[in-house]
Design a protein around this ligand. Sequence first.
Ligand code: ZN
Length: 598
Amino acid sequence: MEKSLKLHSDLAEDVATSSSFRQFKIKHFHLDLSVDFEKRTLRGTETLQLKCIQDSQSELLLDIHPSLSMQEVSYCRSEDDSDSVKVEFITRNFTSYGTTLVVKFPAPCKIEEQFRVVVKFLASDGPGVCWLDPEQTAGKAKPYVFTQGQAVLNRSFFPCFDTPAIKSTYSAAVKVPDGFTAVMSASKGEHRMADNTFLFTMEQPIPSYLVALAVGDLVSAEVGPRTRVWTEPCLLQAAKQEYDGVIEEFLVVGEKLFGPYVWGRYDVLFMPPSFPFGGMENPCLTFVTPCLLAGDRSLADVIVHEICHSWFGNLVTNANWGDFWLNEGFTMYAQRRVCREIYGEAITSLEAATGRALLRQHMDNTGEDHPLNKLRVKIKPGVDPDDTYNETPYEKGFCFVSYLAHLAGDQSHFDAFLKAYIDKFKFRSVMAEDALEFFLEYFPDLKKKGVDMIKGLEFDSWLNVPGWPPYLPDLSAGKSLMKPAEQLSELWAAEVLDMASIKKTNIQAWKTNQAVYFLEKIIEKSPLPRGETEVHTACVPCTVEWIRGDQGFGHRDLQCHLPSAPCQRPQLRQEDPCLCAIIGAEHEIQSLVSLTLA
Ligand SMILES: [Zn+2]
Protein backbone atom coordinates (compact mmCIF):
# COMPACT_ATOMS: atom_id res chain seq x y z
CA MET A 1 0.00 0.00 0.00
CA GLU A 2 1.24 3.47 -0.81
CA LYS A 3 2.39 5.33 2.21
CA SER A 4 0.24 8.37 2.66
CA LEU A 5 1.68 11.76 1.83
CA LYS A 6 3.68 13.28 4.70
CA LEU A 7 2.68 16.83 5.48
CA HIS A 8 3.72 19.55 7.90
CA SER A 9 0.17 19.36 9.15
CA ASP A 10 0.83 15.84 10.44
CA LEU A 11 2.63 17.55 13.28
CA ALA A 12 0.42 20.62 13.49
CA GLU A 13 -0.31 21.77 16.99
CA ASP A 14 -3.82 22.78 17.85
CA VAL A 15 -4.04 24.53 21.20
CA ALA A 16 -7.84 24.69 20.89
CA THR A 17 -8.37 20.96 21.38
CA SER A 18 -7.70 18.83 24.43
CA SER A 19 -8.56 15.62 22.57
CA SER A 20 -6.24 12.69 21.91
CA PHE A 21 -6.42 13.16 18.14
CA ARG A 22 -2.76 12.20 17.70
CA GLN A 23 -3.21 8.96 19.65
CA PHE A 24 -6.38 7.68 17.99
CA LYS A 25 -7.95 7.83 14.57
CA ILE A 26 -11.74 8.19 14.31
CA LYS A 27 -12.69 5.98 11.39
CA HIS A 28 -16.37 6.85 11.53
CA PHE A 29 -18.91 8.00 14.08
CA HIS A 30 -22.66 7.67 14.33
CA LEU A 31 -25.04 10.00 16.15
CA ASP A 32 -28.44 8.88 17.38
CA LEU A 33 -30.29 12.04 18.30
CA SER A 34 -33.72 12.81 19.65
CA VAL A 35 -34.91 16.42 19.55
CA ASP A 36 -37.05 17.81 22.39
CA PHE A 37 -38.15 21.41 21.81
CA GLU A 38 -39.93 21.72 25.15
CA LYS A 39 -36.90 20.83 27.19
CA ARG A 40 -34.54 22.32 24.59
CA THR A 41 -32.41 19.21 24.54
CA LEU A 42 -30.83 16.82 22.08
CA ARG A 43 -30.65 13.40 23.69
CA GLY A 44 -27.83 11.55 22.01
CA THR A 45 -25.95 8.31 21.72
CA GLU A 46 -22.68 8.56 19.86
CA THR A 47 -20.79 5.53 18.61
CA LEU A 48 -17.15 6.21 17.74
CA GLN A 49 -15.21 3.69 15.68
CA LEU A 50 -11.63 4.17 16.72
CA LYS A 51 -8.19 2.89 15.94
CA CYS A 52 -5.26 3.28 18.29
CA ILE A 53 -2.32 4.88 16.44
CA GLN A 54 0.12 5.34 19.37
CA ASP A 55 0.95 2.43 21.61
CA SER A 56 -0.21 1.94 25.20
CA GLN A 57 -3.02 4.41 25.59
CA SER A 58 -4.93 4.02 28.82
CA GLU A 59 -7.45 6.78 28.18
CA LEU A 60 -9.28 8.53 25.37
CA LEU A 61 -9.79 12.31 25.54
CA LEU A 62 -12.71 13.97 23.76
CA ASP A 63 -13.62 17.66 23.55
CA ILE A 64 -16.89 18.51 25.26
CA HIS A 65 -18.51 21.55 26.90
CA PRO A 66 -20.19 22.19 30.27
CA SER A 67 -23.57 22.39 28.47
CA LEU A 68 -23.12 18.78 27.33
CA SER A 69 -23.88 16.34 30.11
CA MET A 70 -22.36 12.87 30.00
CA GLN A 71 -24.48 9.99 31.16
CA GLU A 72 -22.78 6.74 30.34
CA VAL A 73 -19.72 5.57 28.41
CA SER A 74 -19.09 2.04 27.24
CA TYR A 75 -16.30 0.32 25.38
CA CYS A 76 -16.59 -2.53 22.95
CA ARG A 77 -13.95 -4.48 21.02
CA SER A 78 -16.13 -6.66 18.82
CA GLU A 79 -18.38 -5.77 15.90
CA ASP A 80 -21.56 -6.51 17.86
CA ASP A 81 -22.27 -5.36 21.37
CA SER A 82 -21.60 -8.73 23.03
CA ASP A 83 -18.53 -7.66 24.98
CA SER A 84 -19.63 -4.09 25.61
CA VAL A 85 -18.58 -2.89 29.07
CA LYS A 86 -19.38 0.28 30.90
CA VAL A 87 -16.22 2.23 31.62
CA GLU A 88 -15.22 4.93 34.04
CA PHE A 89 -15.11 8.54 32.84
CA ILE A 90 -14.43 11.96 34.29
CA THR A 91 -14.72 15.54 33.07
CA ARG A 92 -11.67 17.76 33.28
CA ASN A 93 -11.38 21.55 32.99
CA PHE A 94 -9.75 22.81 29.82
CA THR A 95 -10.60 26.40 28.84
CA SER A 96 -13.44 28.91 28.99
CA TYR A 97 -14.84 27.40 25.80
CA GLY A 98 -14.65 23.71 26.57
CA THR A 99 -13.90 20.84 28.89
CA THR A 100 -12.45 17.37 28.38
CA LEU A 101 -14.16 14.01 28.63
CA VAL A 102 -11.63 11.47 29.90
CA VAL A 103 -12.61 7.88 29.14
CA LYS A 104 -10.61 5.25 31.05
CA PHE A 105 -9.99 1.93 29.31
CA PRO A 106 -10.20 -1.41 31.11
CA ALA A 107 -6.68 -2.12 29.82
CA PRO A 108 -4.23 0.04 27.80
CA CYS A 109 -4.84 0.06 24.06
CA LYS A 110 -2.16 -1.26 21.76
CA ILE A 111 -1.22 0.32 18.47
CA GLU A 112 -3.47 -0.74 15.55
CA GLU A 113 -6.13 -1.97 17.97
CA GLN A 114 -9.65 -1.19 16.81
CA PHE A 115 -12.63 -0.71 19.09
CA ARG A 116 -15.78 1.28 19.67
CA VAL A 117 -16.69 3.77 22.34
CA VAL A 118 -20.35 4.57 22.94
CA VAL A 119 -21.23 7.79 24.75
CA LYS A 120 -24.71 8.67 26.01
CA PHE A 121 -25.14 12.40 26.44
CA LEU A 122 -27.59 15.25 26.63
CA ALA A 123 -26.89 18.47 24.70
CA SER A 124 -28.75 21.56 25.89
CA ASP A 125 -28.38 25.27 25.28
CA GLY A 126 -24.66 25.31 24.43
CA PRO A 127 -22.89 27.86 22.23
CA GLY A 128 -23.06 25.57 19.19
CA VAL A 129 -26.70 24.55 19.59
CA CYS A 130 -29.06 27.44 18.92
CA TRP A 131 -32.69 27.07 19.97
CA LEU A 132 -35.11 29.58 18.50
CA ASP A 133 -38.57 30.43 19.80
CA PRO A 134 -41.33 30.55 17.17
CA GLU A 135 -41.15 34.37 17.22
CA GLN A 136 -37.55 34.18 16.04
CA THR A 137 -38.48 32.25 12.89
CA ALA A 138 -39.94 33.54 9.64
CA GLY A 139 -43.19 31.58 10.09
CA LYS A 140 -43.50 32.48 13.78
CA ALA A 141 -45.45 29.27 14.41
CA LYS A 142 -42.93 26.58 15.35
CA PRO A 143 -39.62 26.51 17.19
CA TYR A 144 -36.35 25.80 15.40
CA VAL A 145 -32.93 24.49 16.31
CA PHE A 146 -29.68 24.68 14.39
CA THR A 147 -26.05 24.01 15.14
CA GLN A 148 -22.99 26.08 14.27
CA GLY A 149 -19.68 24.26 14.55
CA GLN A 150 -17.04 26.74 13.40
CA ALA A 151 -14.71 27.28 15.00
CA VAL A 152 -14.78 25.22 18.21
CA LEU A 153 -18.48 25.09 19.02
CA ASN A 154 -19.43 21.55 18.05
CA ARG A 155 -17.98 20.27 21.32
CA SER A 156 -21.24 21.56 22.81
CA PHE A 157 -23.19 19.45 20.26
CA PHE A 158 -21.48 16.05 20.62
CA PRO A 159 -18.19 14.72 22.06
CA CYS A 160 -15.50 14.96 19.39
CA PHE A 161 -11.93 15.56 18.35
CA ASP A 162 -12.78 19.21 17.85
CA THR A 163 -9.86 20.13 15.63
CA PRO A 164 -9.74 20.86 11.88
CA ALA A 165 -6.54 18.76 11.75
CA ILE A 166 -8.35 15.45 11.29
CA LYS A 167 -11.35 14.25 9.32
CA SER A 168 -13.80 11.37 9.41
CA THR A 169 -17.06 10.23 7.89
CA TYR A 170 -20.21 10.23 10.00
CA SER A 171 -23.81 9.09 9.98
CA ALA A 172 -26.83 10.10 12.03
CA ALA A 173 -30.40 9.21 12.87
CA VAL A 174 -32.40 12.21 14.08
CA LYS A 175 -35.81 11.66 15.62
CA VAL A 176 -37.96 14.79 15.57
CA PRO A 177 -41.49 15.65 16.77
CA ASP A 178 -44.36 15.44 14.28
CA GLY A 179 -44.50 18.36 11.87
CA PHE A 180 -40.75 18.92 11.90
CA THR A 181 -38.02 18.10 9.38
CA ALA A 182 -34.33 17.55 10.06
CA VAL A 183 -31.52 18.36 7.62
CA MET A 184 -27.78 17.80 7.99
CA SER A 185 -24.48 18.43 6.22
CA ALA A 186 -24.54 14.95 4.73
CA SER A 187 -24.26 13.49 1.25
CA LYS A 188 -27.24 11.17 1.72
CA GLY A 189 -30.50 11.59 3.58
CA GLU A 190 -33.80 9.76 3.89
CA HIS A 191 -36.96 10.05 5.95
CA ARG A 192 -38.19 7.07 7.95
CA MET A 193 -41.87 7.87 8.31
CA ALA A 194 -42.68 5.20 10.91
CA ASP A 195 -41.00 7.08 13.76
CA ASN A 196 -40.39 10.43 12.05
CA THR A 197 -36.65 9.86 12.01
CA PHE A 198 -34.26 11.35 9.44
CA LEU A 199 -31.26 9.23 8.46
CA PHE A 200 -28.07 10.79 7.16
CA THR A 201 -24.71 9.64 5.88
CA MET A 202 -21.71 11.79 5.07
CA GLU A 203 -19.61 9.61 2.82
CA GLN A 204 -16.67 11.99 2.57
CA PRO A 205 -14.38 12.64 5.53
CA ILE A 206 -14.85 16.07 7.12
CA PRO A 207 -13.53 17.87 10.20
CA SER A 208 -15.86 18.03 13.20
CA TYR A 209 -16.70 21.73 12.72
CA LEU A 210 -18.52 20.93 9.47
CA VAL A 211 -21.07 18.59 11.06
CA ALA A 212 -24.29 20.59 11.10
CA LEU A 213 -27.94 20.01 11.90
CA ALA A 214 -31.10 22.09 11.56
CA VAL A 215 -34.61 21.09 12.62
CA GLY A 216 -37.71 23.15 11.98
CA ASP A 217 -40.78 23.55 9.82
CA LEU A 218 -38.80 22.96 6.63
CA VAL A 219 -39.79 22.37 3.03
CA SER A 220 -37.71 22.23 -0.13
CA ALA A 221 -37.80 22.85 -3.86
CA GLU A 222 -35.50 21.75 -6.66
CA VAL A 223 -33.62 24.62 -8.27
CA GLY A 224 -31.06 22.63 -10.23
CA PRO A 225 -29.96 19.12 -11.13
CA ARG A 226 -28.13 18.66 -7.81
CA THR A 227 -29.52 21.56 -5.84
CA ARG A 228 -32.50 22.13 -3.64
CA VAL A 229 -33.40 25.15 -1.54
CA TRP A 230 -34.67 24.43 1.99
CA THR A 231 -36.67 27.04 3.88
CA GLU A 232 -39.60 27.56 6.15
CA PRO A 233 -42.77 27.34 4.01
CA CYS A 234 -43.35 31.11 3.89
CA LEU A 235 -39.95 31.74 2.26
CA LEU A 236 -39.98 28.89 -0.23
CA GLN A 237 -41.41 30.77 -3.18
CA ALA A 238 -38.97 33.64 -2.78
CA ALA A 239 -36.02 31.25 -2.44
CA LYS A 240 -37.05 29.29 -5.50
CA GLN A 241 -37.50 32.41 -7.57
CA GLU A 242 -34.22 33.93 -6.48
CA TYR A 243 -32.07 30.87 -7.13
CA ASP A 244 -33.87 28.74 -9.72
CA GLY A 245 -31.32 27.69 -12.32
CA VAL A 246 -28.64 30.00 -10.93
CA ILE A 247 -26.63 27.81 -8.60
CA GLU A 248 -25.77 25.12 -11.13
CA GLU A 249 -23.88 27.69 -13.18
CA PHE A 250 -21.75 28.57 -10.15
CA LEU A 251 -21.01 24.88 -9.56
CA VAL A 252 -20.12 24.27 -13.19
CA VAL A 253 -17.70 27.22 -13.27
CA GLY A 254 -16.23 26.07 -9.94
CA GLU A 255 -15.67 22.57 -11.33
CA LYS A 256 -14.09 23.97 -14.49
CA LEU A 257 -11.65 26.01 -12.43
CA PHE A 258 -10.95 23.85 -9.38
CA GLY A 259 -11.79 20.27 -10.35
CA PRO A 260 -14.65 17.88 -9.60
CA TYR A 261 -17.32 18.81 -7.04
CA VAL A 262 -16.96 15.76 -4.80
CA TRP A 263 -19.87 16.24 -2.41
CA GLY A 264 -22.73 15.02 -4.60
CA ARG A 265 -25.52 17.44 -3.71
CA TYR A 266 -25.24 21.16 -3.13
CA ASP A 267 -28.30 22.32 -1.20
CA VAL A 268 -28.92 25.69 0.42
CA LEU A 269 -30.80 26.15 3.68
CA PHE A 270 -32.30 29.61 4.11
CA MET A 271 -32.24 30.13 7.84
CA PRO A 272 -34.71 32.04 10.01
CA PRO A 273 -34.13 35.82 10.03
CA SER A 274 -32.40 35.63 13.41
CA PHE A 275 -29.52 33.59 11.93
CA PRO A 276 -26.56 35.72 12.94
CA PHE A 277 -24.22 34.98 10.00
CA GLY A 278 -24.22 35.63 6.26
CA GLY A 279 -23.47 32.03 5.44
CA MET A 280 -21.84 28.89 6.78
CA GLU A 281 -20.31 26.48 4.31
CA ASN A 282 -21.61 23.24 5.83
CA PRO A 283 -20.81 20.63 3.16
CA CYS A 284 -23.70 19.52 0.92
CA LEU A 285 -25.91 22.05 2.72
CA THR A 286 -24.83 25.68 3.00
CA PHE A 287 -26.64 27.61 5.74
CA VAL A 288 -27.43 31.20 4.65
CA THR A 289 -29.24 34.26 5.90
CA PRO A 290 -32.66 34.93 4.29
CA CYS A 291 -31.31 38.41 3.52
CA LEU A 292 -29.95 36.82 0.36
CA LEU A 293 -33.52 36.74 -0.92
CA ALA A 294 -33.02 40.21 -2.33
CA GLY A 295 -35.50 39.79 -5.16
CA ASP A 296 -32.97 40.74 -7.81
CA ARG A 297 -30.28 38.06 -7.48
CA SER A 298 -27.86 40.80 -6.47
CA LEU A 299 -26.44 38.95 -3.46
CA ALA A 300 -25.49 35.74 -5.18
CA ASP A 301 -21.80 36.34 -4.53
CA VAL A 302 -22.38 35.08 -0.99
CA ILE A 303 -23.52 31.75 -2.46
CA VAL A 304 -20.49 31.77 -4.77
CA HIS A 305 -18.29 32.24 -1.70
CA GLU A 306 -19.89 29.31 0.13
CA ILE A 307 -19.70 27.12 -2.98
CA CYS A 308 -15.98 27.87 -3.30
CA HIS A 309 -15.51 26.50 0.22
CA SER A 310 -16.48 23.13 -1.31
CA TRP A 311 -12.87 23.09 -2.53
CA PHE A 312 -11.07 25.57 -0.26
CA GLY A 313 -11.89 24.86 3.37
CA ASN A 314 -14.07 21.79 3.12
CA LEU A 315 -11.92 19.63 0.83
CA VAL A 316 -8.54 21.17 1.75
CA THR A 317 -8.79 22.46 5.30
CA ASN A 318 -6.62 24.60 7.58
CA ALA A 319 -5.00 22.24 10.10
CA ASN A 320 -5.50 24.70 12.95
CA TRP A 321 -7.32 28.00 13.38
CA GLY A 322 -4.09 30.02 13.28
CA ASP A 323 -3.96 29.24 9.54
CA PHE A 324 -7.59 30.24 8.94
CA TRP A 325 -6.38 32.37 6.00
CA LEU A 326 -5.88 29.12 4.06
CA ASN A 327 -9.65 28.57 4.25
CA GLU A 328 -10.76 32.15 3.73
CA GLY A 329 -8.02 33.79 1.66
CA PHE A 330 -8.12 31.02 -0.94
CA THR A 331 -11.92 31.10 -0.90
CA MET A 332 -12.02 34.87 -1.45
CA TYR A 333 -9.67 34.38 -4.40
CA ALA A 334 -11.76 31.50 -5.74
CA GLN A 335 -15.01 33.47 -5.27
CA ARG A 336 -13.65 36.42 -7.25
CA ARG A 337 -12.18 34.09 -9.86
CA VAL A 338 -15.64 32.52 -10.40
CA CYS A 339 -17.33 35.93 -10.38
CA ARG A 340 -14.91 37.20 -13.00
CA GLU A 341 -15.89 34.32 -15.26
CA ILE A 342 -19.60 34.92 -14.76
CA TYR A 343 -20.01 38.67 -14.22
CA GLY A 344 -16.83 40.10 -15.68
CA GLU A 345 -13.81 41.99 -14.46
CA ALA A 346 -15.34 45.40 -13.65
CA ILE A 347 -17.99 44.31 -11.18
CA THR A 348 -15.67 41.78 -9.56
CA SER A 349 -13.01 44.44 -9.06
CA LEU A 350 -15.61 46.73 -7.50
CA GLU A 351 -16.61 43.99 -5.07
CA ALA A 352 -12.94 43.37 -4.25
CA ALA A 353 -12.53 47.11 -3.63
CA THR A 354 -15.29 47.00 -1.02
CA GLY A 355 -13.38 44.16 0.61
CA ARG A 356 -10.16 46.18 0.56
CA ALA A 357 -11.97 49.11 2.17
CA LEU A 358 -13.16 46.81 4.96
CA LEU A 359 -9.60 45.66 5.54
CA ARG A 360 -8.50 49.31 5.65
CA GLN A 361 -11.15 50.07 8.30
CA HIS A 362 -10.21 47.02 10.30
CA MET A 363 -6.51 47.94 10.31
CA ASP A 364 -7.29 51.58 11.11
CA ASN A 365 -9.40 50.45 14.05
CA THR A 366 -6.87 48.00 15.46
CA GLY A 367 -3.62 49.63 14.33
CA GLU A 368 -1.62 47.94 11.60
CA ASP A 369 0.82 46.37 14.06
CA HIS A 370 -1.86 44.46 15.90
CA PRO A 371 -0.87 40.76 16.11
CA LEU A 372 -4.23 39.79 14.58
CA ASN A 373 -3.10 41.55 11.41
CA LYS A 374 -0.73 38.73 10.58
CA LEU A 375 -1.97 36.11 8.17
CA ARG A 376 -0.80 33.41 10.53
CA VAL A 377 -2.23 34.11 13.96
CA LYS A 378 -0.47 32.78 17.00
CA ILE A 379 -3.39 31.58 19.09
CA LYS A 380 -2.32 31.28 22.70
CA PRO A 381 -3.57 28.43 24.88
CA GLY A 382 -6.89 29.39 26.46
CA VAL A 383 -7.80 31.94 23.77
CA ASP A 384 -11.01 31.08 21.95
CA PRO A 385 -10.18 30.95 18.21
CA ASP A 386 -13.46 32.79 17.55
CA ASP A 387 -12.02 35.77 19.40
CA THR A 388 -9.30 36.11 16.77
CA TYR A 389 -11.87 36.40 13.97
CA ASN A 390 -11.39 39.49 11.79
CA GLU A 391 -11.02 40.74 8.22
CA THR A 392 -7.33 39.87 7.79
CA PRO A 393 -7.56 36.16 6.85
CA TYR A 394 -10.16 37.10 4.20
CA GLU A 395 -8.79 40.20 2.54
CA LYS A 396 -5.07 40.05 3.33
CA GLY A 397 -5.34 36.34 2.49
CA PHE A 398 -6.91 37.32 -0.83
CA CYS A 399 -3.98 39.68 -1.49
CA PHE A 400 -1.44 36.95 -0.76
CA VAL A 401 -3.13 34.43 -3.04
CA SER A 402 -3.40 37.18 -5.67
CA TYR A 403 0.34 37.76 -5.21
CA LEU A 404 1.01 34.07 -5.81
CA ALA A 405 -1.09 34.35 -8.98
CA HIS A 406 0.90 37.44 -9.98
CA LEU A 407 4.15 35.48 -9.52
CA ALA A 408 2.75 32.65 -11.64
CA GLY A 409 2.18 35.20 -14.38
CA ASP A 410 -0.32 33.73 -16.77
CA GLN A 411 -3.79 33.24 -15.25
CA SER A 412 -4.14 29.82 -16.85
CA HIS A 413 -0.97 28.67 -15.07
CA PHE A 414 -2.30 29.75 -11.72
CA ASP A 415 -5.70 28.17 -12.45
CA ALA A 416 -3.89 24.93 -13.14
CA PHE A 417 -1.97 25.29 -9.89
CA LEU A 418 -5.19 25.74 -7.90
CA LYS A 419 -6.61 22.59 -9.47
CA ALA A 420 -3.41 20.68 -8.66
CA TYR A 421 -3.39 22.06 -5.08
CA ILE A 422 -6.90 20.73 -4.52
CA ASP A 423 -6.05 17.39 -6.08
CA LYS A 424 -2.89 17.01 -4.03
CA PHE A 425 -4.39 17.86 -0.64
CA LYS A 426 -8.04 16.81 -1.04
CA PHE A 427 -9.58 15.34 2.13
CA ARG A 428 -6.50 16.48 4.06
CA SER A 429 -5.75 19.35 6.39
CA VAL A 430 -2.78 21.55 5.61
CA MET A 431 -0.57 24.23 7.08
CA ALA A 432 0.76 27.26 5.20
CA GLU A 433 4.09 25.44 4.76
CA ASP A 434 2.38 22.62 2.88
CA ALA A 435 0.60 25.03 0.54
CA LEU A 436 3.63 27.24 -0.10
CA GLU A 437 6.12 24.41 -0.57
CA PHE A 438 3.74 22.90 -3.08
CA PHE A 439 3.48 26.25 -4.88
CA LEU A 440 7.27 26.37 -5.26
CA GLU A 441 7.41 22.73 -6.30
CA TYR A 442 4.71 23.34 -8.89
CA PHE A 443 6.60 26.33 -10.33
CA PRO A 444 10.27 25.18 -10.20
CA ASP A 445 11.44 28.24 -12.17
CA LEU A 446 9.99 30.52 -9.50
CA LYS A 447 11.64 28.41 -6.84
CA LYS A 448 14.96 28.74 -8.62
CA LYS A 449 14.49 32.50 -8.76
CA GLY A 450 13.89 32.54 -5.00
CA VAL A 451 10.52 34.30 -5.21
CA ASP A 452 9.82 33.32 -1.63
CA MET A 453 12.68 35.58 -0.50
CA ILE A 454 12.11 38.82 -2.46
CA LYS A 455 12.85 41.65 -0.07
CA GLY A 456 9.68 42.96 1.60
CA LEU A 457 7.63 40.23 -0.05
CA GLU A 458 9.14 37.18 1.66
CA PHE A 459 6.55 34.43 2.12
CA ASP A 460 7.60 34.43 5.74
CA SER A 461 6.81 38.15 6.05
CA TRP A 462 3.43 37.64 4.44
CA LEU A 463 2.65 35.09 7.14
CA ASN A 464 4.27 36.59 10.19
CA VAL A 465 4.53 40.38 9.83
CA PRO A 466 1.37 42.27 10.80
CA GLY A 467 0.05 45.12 8.70
CA TRP A 468 -1.13 46.23 5.31
CA PRO A 469 -0.54 43.70 2.48
CA PRO A 470 2.80 44.34 0.74
CA TYR A 471 1.14 43.61 -2.62
CA LEU A 472 -2.31 44.69 -3.80
CA PRO A 473 -3.92 43.20 -6.89
CA ASP A 474 -4.87 45.66 -9.60
CA LEU A 475 -8.55 46.60 -9.29
CA SER A 476 -8.52 49.36 -11.88
CA ALA A 477 -11.00 47.41 -14.03
CA GLY A 478 -13.62 48.52 -11.50
CA LYS A 479 -12.74 52.23 -11.75
CA SER A 480 -15.72 53.22 -13.87
CA LEU A 481 -18.03 51.80 -11.19
CA MET A 482 -16.05 53.13 -8.22
CA LYS A 483 -15.70 56.66 -9.53
CA PRO A 484 -19.29 57.88 -9.07
CA ALA A 485 -19.33 56.47 -5.53
CA GLU A 486 -16.02 58.15 -4.72
CA GLN A 487 -17.24 61.45 -6.19
CA LEU A 488 -20.43 61.42 -4.17
CA SER A 489 -18.52 60.64 -0.99
CA GLU A 490 -16.27 63.62 -1.70
CA LEU A 491 -19.31 65.84 -2.17
CA TRP A 492 -20.68 64.64 1.16
CA ALA A 493 -17.41 65.36 2.88
CA ALA A 494 -16.80 68.78 1.33
CA GLU A 495 -16.43 71.87 3.52
CA VAL A 496 -19.17 73.53 1.52
CA LEU A 497 -22.04 71.32 0.46
CA ASP A 498 -22.76 71.48 -3.26
CA MET A 499 -26.35 70.33 -3.19
CA ALA A 500 -26.89 70.75 -6.92
CA SER A 501 -24.15 68.21 -7.68
CA ILE A 502 -25.26 65.88 -4.88
CA LYS A 503 -28.76 65.81 -6.30
CA LYS A 504 -27.46 65.24 -9.80
CA THR A 505 -25.88 61.90 -8.85
CA ASN A 506 -28.17 59.20 -10.11
CA ILE A 507 -27.83 56.64 -7.38
CA GLN A 508 -30.90 54.80 -8.55
CA ALA A 509 -28.79 53.39 -11.35
CA TRP A 510 -26.09 52.10 -9.02
CA LYS A 511 -25.19 48.48 -8.44
CA THR A 512 -25.46 47.22 -4.88
CA ASN A 513 -21.72 47.13 -4.35
CA GLN A 514 -21.41 50.74 -5.52
CA ALA A 515 -23.62 51.76 -2.62
CA VAL A 516 -21.62 49.61 -0.23
CA TYR A 517 -18.41 51.12 -1.58
CA PHE A 518 -19.87 54.61 -1.16
CA LEU A 519 -20.78 53.92 2.48
CA GLU A 520 -17.29 52.62 3.12
CA LYS A 521 -15.75 55.74 1.59
CA ILE A 522 -17.93 57.87 3.86
CA ILE A 523 -16.59 56.01 6.88
CA GLU A 524 -13.04 56.61 5.74
CA LYS A 525 -13.82 60.33 5.59
CA SER A 526 -15.77 60.59 8.80
CA PRO A 527 -16.30 62.49 10.94
CA LEU A 528 -17.69 64.67 8.19
CA PRO A 529 -16.54 68.30 8.49
CA ARG A 530 -19.97 69.88 8.54
CA GLY A 531 -21.27 67.74 11.40
CA GLU A 532 -23.81 65.06 11.05
CA THR A 533 -27.03 67.00 11.30
CA GLU A 534 -26.50 69.41 8.50
CA VAL A 535 -25.09 66.83 6.13
CA HIS A 536 -27.90 64.45 6.89
CA THR A 537 -30.61 66.97 6.49
CA ALA A 538 -29.16 67.87 3.15
CA CYS A 539 -28.01 64.55 1.76
CA VAL A 540 -29.72 61.75 3.48
CA PRO A 541 -33.36 61.70 2.50
CA CYS A 542 -32.87 60.72 -1.12
CA THR A 543 -30.25 58.11 -0.22
CA VAL A 544 -32.38 56.58 2.48
CA GLU A 545 -35.45 56.63 0.32
CA TRP A 546 -33.47 54.68 -2.18
CA ILE A 547 -32.15 52.24 0.41
CA ARG A 548 -35.60 51.66 1.83
CA GLY A 549 -37.45 51.74 -1.45
CA ASP A 550 -41.02 52.91 -1.88
CA GLN A 551 -42.64 50.44 0.47
CA GLY A 552 -39.57 50.02 2.60
CA PHE A 553 -38.68 46.91 0.65
CA GLY A 554 -36.94 48.39 -2.36
CA HIS A 555 -33.29 47.51 -2.25
CA ARG A 556 -33.52 44.68 0.21
CA ASP A 557 -29.90 43.96 -0.34
CA LEU A 558 -29.06 47.18 1.38
CA GLN A 559 -31.62 46.54 4.04
CA CYS A 560 -29.27 43.80 5.05
CA HIS A 561 -27.07 46.58 6.27
CA LEU A 562 -29.73 47.89 8.57
CA PRO A 563 -29.39 47.02 12.24
CA SER A 564 -32.18 44.49 12.61
CA ALA A 565 -30.91 42.19 9.91
CA PRO A 566 -27.75 40.13 9.72
CA CYS A 567 -25.19 41.10 7.17
CA GLN A 568 -24.94 39.79 3.65
CA ARG A 569 -21.21 39.57 3.74
CA PRO A 570 -19.56 36.38 4.85
CA GLN A 571 -16.57 38.36 6.01
CA LEU A 572 -18.73 40.08 8.55
CA ARG A 573 -20.94 37.26 9.50
CA GLN A 574 -19.79 37.11 13.06
CA GLU A 575 -20.44 40.78 13.62
CA ASP A 576 -23.78 41.80 15.00
CA PRO A 577 -25.53 44.06 14.50
CA CYS A 578 -24.44 44.18 10.97
CA LEU A 579 -24.61 47.90 10.55
CA CYS A 580 -22.01 48.40 13.24
CA ALA A 581 -19.80 46.01 11.39
CA ILE A 582 -19.97 47.56 7.99
CA ILE A 583 -20.36 51.12 9.02
CA GLY A 584 -18.13 50.91 12.04
CA ALA A 585 -18.83 52.90 15.12
CA GLU A 586 -19.07 56.07 13.08
CA HIS A 587 -22.28 57.66 14.12
CA GLU A 588 -22.97 59.61 10.98
CA ILE A 589 -24.51 56.71 9.17
CA GLN A 590 -25.81 55.02 12.27
CA SER A 591 -27.84 58.03 13.17
CA LEU A 592 -28.84 58.24 9.54
CA VAL A 593 -30.44 54.86 9.84
CA SER A 594 -31.87 55.25 13.29
CA LEU A 595 -33.36 58.60 12.33
CA THR A 596 -35.07 57.32 9.28
CA LEU A 597 -36.19 53.99 10.70
CA ALA A 598 -37.75 55.53 13.75
ZN1 ZN B 1 -15.75 31.86 4.08
